[in-house]
Structure formats: structure tokens, C-alpha cells
Design a protein around this ligand. Structure first.
Ligand code: KG4
Ligand code: ZN
Length: 340
């Protein structure tokens, strides 16, 4: 049975990530090293990600990060068996940097490449944690661009149970944070401010909460936050702002938790996996942990450092797909990206 040393490159948005994983037969792949460069401070002045600046910075960072990862793992490029990259979704120009780099390195080394779906990377990332899940499980995938509930029976076996019909959960955090003047990316900032606030201070909508389906809707929340802010007048106090942040977080988290409970119950399973950037949210984790304890389920999360975008999840997803026999890594270097 083959073993693989997989180098993974993530460059879909505003983080450049590179990682090396070791995939032995019959074992969960092991992370040998990973390195990350966040562009957050660069985009902050613009209030969001500027695609052209993102692409340029990925170009500056990707090779130094690759060298750093190889040095950390005391590995050489010659040991790498497969070069994996994020194929999409993401910003086209940003994706092309990772794809182009992986394919150029692979061509120089005579090694195959493998394009990976960014969300599959997030979904499988809890397998790198100290407490990895077992299949099958229900997954709550909550990132800046996606909010989905899935049934996962194995690598590559994903059934969509429900998803957002408008904004993603991360987007709801980010847009509300922007209204509160918290800058970009707003999720972590809003959640920090929420610690000082009263989650019951404002009565914000929980759309689709009582619908029988597993879909989400967050667009109305941002409107409600804007209305609440307008009512507070031009000079809301620090406490009012913290209360609004706490109430916003409570609305998002309640919907995510309720729908996750519904999905796990309907599946007949007792295992939930949470992945994507919003999975770093401590209020979400606390409530899911409490529900799981009460109901006798297990909940699995990625390591906090691997919740948001990173190269480790891309190398991991490629390795798990190879192990599952779902991929033949090819050496034709016809890379393509799929932004949507
Ligand atoms: O998965 P991710 O890094 O990128 C995408 O693939 O979208 O997710 C980024 C999203 C952003 O919307 C960010 O605000 C949110 O995850 N996020 C959080 C927290 N950390 C990151 N939202 C709430 N609480 C957090 N602690
Ligand atoms: Zn992501």
C-alpha cells in the first residue's frame, strides 16, 4: 500500500497557508508542519478583502512559507509525493497563485498534483485534532461564505441536509460587526465585544428557526441590527454596543445550535462535527457542548488554529482522498481553478 507525503497550498482568500502531511496506510494523516500568513492587517484599511492585493501578497508569501514548512519538518522537496492546492471556491486570481505554484513545483519535480475543494478541507479538518471523529457524522460547516448541514458517511460521501438561502453565518457576523464599527474581519471582534454585553438586551429575529427544514437565513439579521442601531441614535454607549453585539451573537448561535440539533436527531446519529471559521466561536462551542452533554452525543471541532483557512486542511483532504482511492493524482499539470 502506498504512503504519501502531501504538500498542500491554500490561497483562496486572505490567508496563504502551506502544510506537509504524512499519510500512512490505514491511519489518519499526520500533520508534519504548517505555516500561515494572514493578510488581515493589509486589507483592514479597506474594510474587506481587495482581490488584486490578495493575489499579489499570495505570490510574495507562498514560496517563503513552503521553505519554512519544509525546514520545520526537516523535509526536502524531493520527499514530497503529491502537490495539493485549493481548486475553489474562492477569488480567481488568488486561487491561481496556489494552483500555479503547486503545478510549477510538481512539474519541476516530476510529481503529480491534486486540486482540492476548499470546503472539503474545512469539513475534514477536525481529523487533525487530538480527538478526531469517526464516520458517519453530521457536519455543521460555518464559514464566511457557506453555512451548511451535511450528513457525512465517509471521505467523498456528503449529503446536503440544509443550507443558507442568503447570507452565511460568518457573513452575518462580519456585516453586523461592520455596522457596529468593528472593522474587518468582524466575527472575532464582535464575539470579543459580546463578552461584555447582555445577549437578551435586544430582541433580534431568528429566521426559519421553527421551520421543519434545515435551511438558514441570516440576511434579515443585519437589517435588524441596523434598525436597532438607528434607534439608539448617533452616540450609543459602550454598554449598548456590547449588548447589541451579544444579542447578535446569541441570535446567530441559537439558530445554528437549534438546526444542528434537528439535523442530528433526524439522522439517528450521535456525532456532530463543526468546521469553518465560525467554528472558532466560543459561544457556539459552549452551547453545542452543553447540548451534546445533555443528549449523549459527541461534538468534534478542529484545533482553534485550524478553524479558519489554512494549508493543513488542504493537504489533509488531498491525503484522505488519495487514501480512500477517490483520486489518481495526475502529472499532466493542466491546472484549473473553480472560483464558484
Ligand atoms: O472558514 P473561514 O476562515 O473562511 C471562509 O472560507 O470563509 O471563515 C471566516 C469567517 C469570517 O466570516 C469570520 O468573521 C468568521 O469566520 N469567524 C468568526 C470567529 N472567527 C472567525 N465568527 C465568529 N466568532 C469567531 N470567533
Ligand atoms: Zn474557508
Amino acid at each position: 500500500t502506498p504512503t504519501w507525503q502531501v504538500l498542500g497550498i491554500e490561497s483562496s482568500c486572505d490567508e496563504t497557508g502551506v502544510a506537509l502531511v504524512d499519510a500512512q496506510p490505514g491511519a489518519v494523516p499526520r500533520l508534519r508542519a504548517h505555516a500561515l500568513h494572514s493578510q488581515v492587517s493589509m486589507h483592514q484599511a479597506y474594510g474587506g478583502v481587495v482581490p488584486e492585493l490578495a493575489s499579489r501578497d499570495h505570490i510574495r508569501r507562498v514560496l517563503p512559507l513552503t521553505r519554512q514548512v519544509l525546514a520545520q519538518a526537516a523535509a526536502s522537496l524531493a520527499e514530497v509525493d503529491v502537490l495539493a492546492y485549493t481548486r475553489g471556491p474562492g477569488l480567481a486570481g488568488a486561487l491561481l497563485v496556489g494552483a500555479g505554484t503547486a503545478c510549477a513545483l510538481a512539474a519541476a519535480l516530476g510529481k503529480p498534483t491534486l486540486g482540492v475543494h476548499h470546503l472539503e478541507g474545512h469539513l475534514l479538518s477536525p481529523f487533525l485534532s487530538a480527538d478526531p471523529p469517526e464516520f458517519p457524522f453530521v457536519a455543521l460547516l460555518v464559514s464566511g461564505g457557506h453555512t451548511q448541514l451535511m450528513r457525512v458517511d465517509g471521505v467523498g460521501s456528503y449529503a446536503l441536509l440544509g443550507e443558507t438561502i442568503d447570507d452565511a453565518a460568518g457573513e452575518a457576523f462580519d456585516k453586523s460587526a461592520k455596522l457596529l464599527g468593528l472593522g474587518y474581519p468582524g466575527g472575532p471582534a464582535l464575539s470579543r465585544l459580546a463578552e461584555q454585553g447582555d445577549p437578551a438586551a435586544f430582541d433580534l429575529p431568528r429566521p426559519l428557526l421553527h421551520q421543519p427544514n434545515l435551511d438558514f437565513s441570516f440576511a434579515g439579521l443585519k437589517t435588524a441590527v441596523a434598525t436597532a442601531l438607528r434607534k439608539l441614535g448617533p452616540q450609543p454607549t459602550a454598554q449598548q454596543q456590547a449588548d447589541l453585539a451579544a444579542s447578535t451573537q446569541a441570535a446567530i448561535v441559537e439558530v445554528l445550535v437549534r438546526k444542528s440539533i434537528k439535523a442530528v436527531q433526524a439522522s439517528g446519529l450521535r456525532r456532530l462535527v463543526v468546521a469553518g471559521g465560525v467554528g472558532a466561536n466560543q459561544a457556539l462551542r459552549a452551547q453545542l457542548d452543553a447540548q451534546a452533554a445533555r443528549r449523549g452525543w459527541r461534538v468534534h471541532y478542529p484545533e482553534l488554529s485550524l478553524c479558519t483557512d489554512n494549508g493543513a486542511m488542504i493537504a489533509l483532504a488531498a491525503a484522505m482522498r488519495l487514501q480512500a482511492g477517490l483520486e489518481q493524482a495526475t502529472a499532466d499539470y493542466r491546472f484549473e481553478v473553480r472560483p464558484r
